[in-house]
Design a protein around this ligand. Structure first.
Ligand SMILES: [Zn+2]
Length: 258
């Protein structure tokens, strides 16, 4: 079984054909999909998608790019959603220094408060990290959470090792399929296999063969083939090992995934 550890299945891009999208994924062996929320306004949509489609499990959080319109009261709403038994992680949370807004301080505030929630509720976190690896690592050293996933990882080997040392797995997906992504492909080839989980981030980060088209969770099957080729092992081994890694870091997912 393949696990898509990060897919925005609730996104409007899937409103027209969500059932077909899920069936295509299932047909290619993608049996479990983690659906992270990005702000309070979409908690209900994430919950409803996960209720409707077996194998989909929610994470709830405030994404750094949505910190500008988040309120402190949203953290109380978040705490309530995190207490639900179906929730597998706090996410998607993190820092994005690629964008000029929201301000760094505001992003940092919401990341810190959400890490505290993860710590207090003993939940792993799903991290969005762009141009901000060291700042995120600094927060993780200050507020210790039970691991998680650095989603769409794109840093150095040293930064990868720092995440691994803090109990994190690294999410690999469509970006790895681009031949010019030499540093990322080298990491996919050489990192300990135990540290790697697979993801699509659909509808975003389309793999190379899709051009600019909408990504979807079924693409995880071919993404797994790319990783298998890079590592010189069978796609079955990749599927088994990455599913194992995902369940190890998201224990609540293991309760329902198999
Ligand atoms: Zn995402």
């Amino acid at each position: 079984m393949l696990i898509d550890s990060h897919c925005h299945l609730d996104a409007v891009e899937f409103d027209g054909d969500r059932l077909a999208v899920v069936e295509r994924a299932r047909g290619l062996g993608v049996g479990t999909i983690v659906v992270p929320a990005v702000e309070r306004a979409n908690f209900a949509a994430v919950a409803s998608v996960c209720r409707e489609f077996p194998g989909c499990r929610p994470a709830y959080g405030i994404h750094p790019m949505y910190a500008g319109r988040a309120q402190k009261a949203d953290l109380d709403a978040l705490r309530a959603k995190l207490a639900e038994a179906s929730t597998v992680a706090v996410g998607e949370i993190g820092l994005d220094y690629f964008v000029a807004e929201p301000a760094v301080e505001l992003q940092g505030y919401f990341l810190g408060e959400q890490l505290k929630l993860a710590r207090d509720l003993n939940l792993p976190v799903l991290l969005h990290v762009r141009r901000a690896v060291d700042a995120v690592l600094a927060q993780l050293r200050r507020i210790v959470v039970p691991g998680g996933i650095a989603h769409a990882f794109n840093g150095s080997r040293q930064q990868a090792d720092a995440f691994i040392g803090l109990g994190f797995k690294l999410g690999f997906g469509g970006a790895m399929t681009h031949p010019r992504a030499t540093r990322l492909r080298a990491l996919a080839m050489t990192l300990p296999i135990e540290a790697i989980v697979l993801e699509t981030d659909a509808p975003d980060i389309p793999p190379e063969w899709l051009g600019r088209a909408r990504n979807e969770p079924a693409e995880l099957a071919r993404i797994a083939t790319v990783l298998a080729e890079l590592r010189g092992i069978s796609v079955d081994e990749i599927a088994e090992q990455t599913a194992h890694n995902t369940l190890a870091v998201l224990p609540r997912l293991a309760e329902s995934a198999l």
